[in-house]
Design a protein around this ligand. Structure first.
Ligand code: ZN
Length: 427
């Protein structure tokens, strides 16, 4: 099977590529880059990408797909449908399923469900500790052999430094990055939004920026000591970004991601008590948002990840204090990045592709992905930077509708998503 993506503008930061090229795909792999006037095999099926950006497939390092255990919120199939509709060819689900993904059988199950759905690739993140309860290390080697690409206890971060040190040493033995949700719960527990002027005005208990920062300091020091790669999930505070910036200058093995909601919204959005503004880490104040934008600009922030966290409407319909943390994000991430970053001149298209594809593939060492060089797997995201559209949460492919971006207007979208050489979504 031959497939030619013609007349597109090919951006592949990994190969310093940023110009018009035709892309030949055979049997799910990229087999040639052809000049725009170069002849292609006549039996190739042609996809006309005129006016479009052709990029290596976007990779979301941080999603919650809820299966096994909470299929009323999302299944691996529905989550993958939302992923490809948002331009993602690969997603990395967190282990907080029920049961927790702390063993090879569950890791394997998740991958099989994804293969069955035949949409996005799924690269599971295994738990650091058994049941993510911080007491006993999970079988990282077995999970890795089953296909896990990193370890994390995400929303239940390893509470003590001794255990985290052992976890990092163990993860390093298996060459697994440790994904770190930085939150010292002794500072944040009971909080439902960012601690600051607005939490005071609204009478809601706050989660201080400090809770993220003290934990980031602890784990960066442990990463320095152990030499383990830590990847800080959903970084959200000015202080944490500064800590990462300094750690990188010291060549400590640390990377970090940011979510679209944290570079778009502030705690002001909580004023209407919409529970779709409740997530962890919480929406921060303007000074933190500005620090995030600076971190995206100067390269301190390596990747954009959604933290897609579906919840059933009944659960989110509770009062603000009691509603669960998290929002969906797979279908709005690219639109938000165009609106908030590209069209405002914060970043260019090359950096956009780096944040969504090149760097995520490097962070989790996904071989032959995050690039379209000859020989790589033909995961492709085709973008139209000028496409005007409105997000309707009712049309979402996700089983859950907990998005604060319903009816938002966007300029720029992922128009076609190709996984392993096969078109799996067209907008
Ligand atoms: Zn988290």
């Amino acid at each position: 099977m031959k497939f030619l993506i013609k007349n597109g503008h090919l951006i592949d930061p990994n190969e310093n590529q940023n110009s018009g090229k035709n892309l030949l795909i055979e049997d799910g792999k990229v087999t040639a880059w052809l000049g725009t006037n170069e002849s292609a095999p006549e039996d190739a099926e042609v996809f006309d990408a005129s006016g479009m950006i052709v990029a290596p497939g976007f990779i979301d390092l941080h999603v919650h797909l809820r299966e096994p255990g909470q299929e009323h919120k999302e299944t691996i199939a529905s989550g993958c449908a939302a992923a490809v509709a948002g331009g993602f060819t690969s997603v990395c689900p967190m282990p907080n399923t029920n049961p927790i993904n702390d063993n090879a059988a569950i890791t394997r199950y998740m991958i099989e469900q994804a293969e069955h759905a035949g949409l996005a690739n799924v690269f599971p993140i295994g738990a650091i500790t058994k049941s993510s309860d911080g007491k006993e290390l999970a079988e990282m080697g077995e999970m890795k052999a089953a296909g896990a690409i990193a370890v994390s206890d995400d929303g239940r971060p390893v509470p003590n430094a001794g255990m985290m040190r052992r976890a990092m040493e163990y993860a390093k033995d298996f060459d697994l990055p440790v994904v770190d949700h930085c939150e010292d719960k002794s500072l944040s527990s009971g909080g439902v939004m960012h601690e600051g002027r607005i939490s005071l005005l609204l009478g809601l208990k706050g989660m201080p920026a400090l809770a993220e920062e003290t934990d980031a300091v602890r784990d960066i020091l442990l990463a320095k000591e152990t030499g383990t790669h830590i990847h800080i999930a959903h970084i959200s505070t000015k202080g944490a970004i500064e800590i990462v910036r300094r750690a990188k200058n010291e060549n400590i093995n640390v990377t970090c991601e940011v979510t679209p909601h944290h570079f778009t919204l502030t705690d002001k959005a909580v004023e209407g008590y919409d529970t779709n503004t409740k997530m962890s880490p919480p929406l921060r104040s303007q000074e933190h948002l500005e620090a995030i934008i600076e971190g995206i600009k100067d390269g301190t922030i390596d990747a954009i990840a959604t933290d897609h966290a579906p919840h059933h409407a009944d659960e989110k319909a509770l009062e603000y204090d009691r509603a669960p943390f998290g929002i969906t994000g797979l279908e709005t991430a690219v639109g938000l990045a165009f609106n908030q970053l590209v069209h405002k001149g914060v970043i260019d298209l090359v950096r956009l592709v780096e944040l969504f594809s090149t760097n995520p593939a490097k962070i989790f060492k996904l071989k032959n992905r995050g690039t379209l060089k000859v020989g790589s797997i033909a995961d492709v995201t085709i973008l139209d930077p000028d496409f005007d559209w409105t997000y309707k949460v009712s049309d979402s492919k996700s089983k859950s509708k907990n998005s604060p971006f319903d009816n938002w207007q966007f300029t720029g979208a992922a128009m076609t998503t190709i996984v392993g050489g096969k078109i799996v979504f067209r907008k």
